[in-house]
Design a protein around this ligand. Structure first.
Ligand code: NDP
Length: 281
């Protein structure tokens, strides 16, 4: 082995989600002159306990966790950040003095990219979806002082869980719409976010939204990053909206994770270029 083992971070979970991250992180390590490695490790759900014992035994410096481990990993950690505790999900683990601390950078990454186009404080926001990505984004937007958040989800029970977190723990004005048809957006909404997996791997997939109700005053964001120009974003652009693609969120959550592990600020442009190269955009 030609390098010290303590400078390894890993991505455990679905390797399809991990590979672009590996490409992006390793480019950023090189650009920052850091001799670190980012490993992508496929860990089946039943093997997470063993994998975490290995994580500790091999003194990994940190890691990302993707589906299906974002919630399950919590029982193997020593502590959680406030945001990760509120979300009940971890996508990033940092090792501090031998202790494994769970963080959640997904929502922070999204809010950072949103701030480049609009201040989320006092904004009226609609989020499609109530899964892991929606939960991370909604909690961070609530913490950032959003005026109100409407969750639109297909499955009521999942939507209700997120609504309870927003109303009772984040103390944010929020409501839930259980979807049975295309959702119509009120004129005074400022931010519309697709946080469902609709559009992943299918540039023509349609989210359950009446695009005729999108107005030029709205910012429309999509968490789906492959392909990044989703049908929703293309429709929104055509209707004069400002748009934000899922690559921006993916880059920003990686920038935050990189800084947490290395205490070095990476160049987001290097990371975005690496992602675009990997995805052949
Ligand atoms: P989850 O499986 O936790 O949640 C999926 C959500 O999509 C649920 O709300 C689900 O509704 C909804 N959904 C899925 N299919 C449909 C459908 N046909 N009609 C209506 N609703 C649907 O996934 P995640 O939240 O973890 O991930 C969602 C997306 O976010 C993925 O594409 C992922 O790649 C992306 N992502 C992007 C990141 C980035 O950095 N850009 C970071 C993290 C995730 P229901 O509750 O009814 O099942």
């Amino acid at each position: 082995m030609d390098k010290p083992i303590q400078d390894i971070v890993s991505c455990m979970g679905n390797p399809v989600a991990g590979n672009p991250s590996q490409f992006m992180m390793e480019r950023a390590f090189v650009a920052c002159n850091l001799d670190w490695r980012y490993l992508t490790l496929q860990v089946p759900a039943g093997n997470l306990g063993d994998a975490m014992a290995g994580f500790r035994a091999m003194s990994f410096r940190g890691g990302n966790f993707t589906i299906p481990h974002k919630v399950a990993v919590i029982e193997y950690l020593d502590d959680l950040s406030d945001a990760a505790r509120l979300m009940g999900a971890v996508n990033c683990v940092n090792v501090v003095d031998g202790k494994l601390i769970g963080e959640n950078t997904d929502g922070k990454g999204f809010v950072q990219s949103l701030r480049e186009v609009i201040d989320p404080a006092e904004a009226k926001i609609v989020i499609l979806g109530a899964g892991g990505a929606a939960r991370a984004i909604a909690v961070e937007l609530g913490l950032a002082g959003a005026a109100s958040i409407t969750i639109v989800n297909r499955t009521e029970s999942r939507g209700q869980e997120l609504l309870t977190v927003l109303q009772q723990i984040v103390n944010c004005r929020a409501d839930l719409v259980t979807l049975d048809d295309d959702f119509e957006i009120d004129e005074d909404v400022q931010v519309v976010i697709n946080a469902t997996s609709i559009g992943l791997g299918d540039a023509e997939a349609k989210v359950p939204l009446d695009v005729e109700t999108l107005l030029p005053s709205m910012v429309v964001a999509d968490v789906v990053f492959n392909p990044p120009q989703t049908r929703l974003l293309r429709d929104a652009k055509q209707r004069g909206c400002q748009t934000l693609d899922g690559l921006a969120m993916l880059v920003n959550q990686a920038v935050i994770g990189f800084k947490i592990w290395t205490e070095v600020d990476p160049d987001p442009n290097v990371m975005r270029e690496a992602l675009e190269e990997y995805l052949e955009l």
